[in-house]
Structure formats: C-alpha cells, structure tokens
Design a protein. Structure first.
Length: 185
C-alpha cells in the first residue's frame, strides 16, 4: 500500500477523518461565495501570497483543474459533525524524491485557535508518512505567522531552514521559515 497516492487513500476510504475534522477532495461545488470571501479576507490571507491576487469563481476553477492528472491534491477541511467547510489544504508531491509539501488555509475565522489546523495538518501528514510512501513532509511560512508555526511544531515538524528577509509584509522584510518531518521520526 506504500505506493498509493493521497487521492487513492481518499477514494478508497471516501474521506480522511481527524478528531474534529473530515478531509475530502475539494470540488467545483466548494467554490462558493464563502470560499471566495476567505480568499479576499485580509486577515485570512495576511501571510499568503494569495493576498496579491483577485479571485473569482473562474480563477478558482482553473486552479482546481491544475490538480487533475497530477500527483498533487486539493482537500476541503470540514467539520465532522456539520460537514461545514472550514478551510482547505494542498499537498504537492514529488514522486521521485518521496517528498510532499503541504499548505493549509483555515478560512473560517470563528474556528481559529480551536485546533482545527493541527487536526487537519496532522491527519494529512500521518496519512502521507504512514500510507503513501512519502519519506519527508515539508511546509513553510512567514516567521510572523505564529499560528502556522504552532501547527507545524505541534505535529512534530522541526525547523530546517530560513530565508532571511525573503518577503515583504506591510513594507517590512520578513523571514520565510521551513519545517519538515521524516517518516519514522
């Protein structure tokens, strides 16, 4: 089973369940006014380069289509009880290297600080490392993004690199920090 992709795990099980969340493939029906609102919310995208883009249903549909036929995956993070979408995750895999880079956006601000990001990130990371033949999972964020850094640290990732003064936030140069976790660590 180690050569099965995240897509296949999701298809085989239908879903990936965490403690409080359910992950499922993000689909066209998920491109809703609420989703577009997240992408235009300055607080939600403050530390993301998404803040530089104008998002429409059409641009979101085009982005979704980039995952078709690729080893990468786009997931909806949903509340397990209500099935309400709370955010999204991406997984970009490099099959030859056995690596995967993950990203997350918890768009529903009302659930920030409640462990939703840790639950989702940890669930996907465990699936990648335990069932999908991935040997190393990586993620990165701006050094100012304390919430994302806490998520990465809580799921057992360790900082492995930093790019000093790499990006600009509100006119100030900020470091980008990179974290990783290996299988069997």
């Amino acid at each position: 089973m180690s050569n099965i992709e995240v897509k296949d795990i999701v298809a085989l099980r239908g879903i990936l369940d965490g403690r409080r969340i359910r992950l499922r493939p993000f689909g066209t029906a998920d491109i809703t006014p609420a989703y577009l609102r997240w992408l235009h919310d300055p607080e939600v995208v403050r530390f993301s380069n998404q803040r530089f883009h104008t998002h429409t249903a059409e641009t979101c549909q085009a982005y979704l289509h980039t995952f078709n036929g690729s080893p990468n995956y786009f997931l909806a993070i949903c509340d397990r009880e209500t099935n309400t979408m709370l955010g999204t995750m991406t997984v970009y895999r490099s099959i030859p290297h056995g690596t995967a880079d993950m990203g997350i956006m918890v768009g529903e601000r009302r659930v920030w600080g409640q462990g939703i990001g840790v639950d989702a990130f940890g669930t996907v990371m465990a699936t990648l490392l335990d069932s999908c033949g991935i040997r190393k999972v990586t993620a990165g964020t701006l050094a100012l993004n304390r919430g994302m850094i806490r998520i990465m640290e809580k799921v057992g990732m360790q900082q492995e690199a930093a790019r000093r003064a790499q990006e600009m936030i509100e006119g100030v140069p900020v470091d980008v920090v990179y974290y990783a976790r290996f299988r069997n660590v």
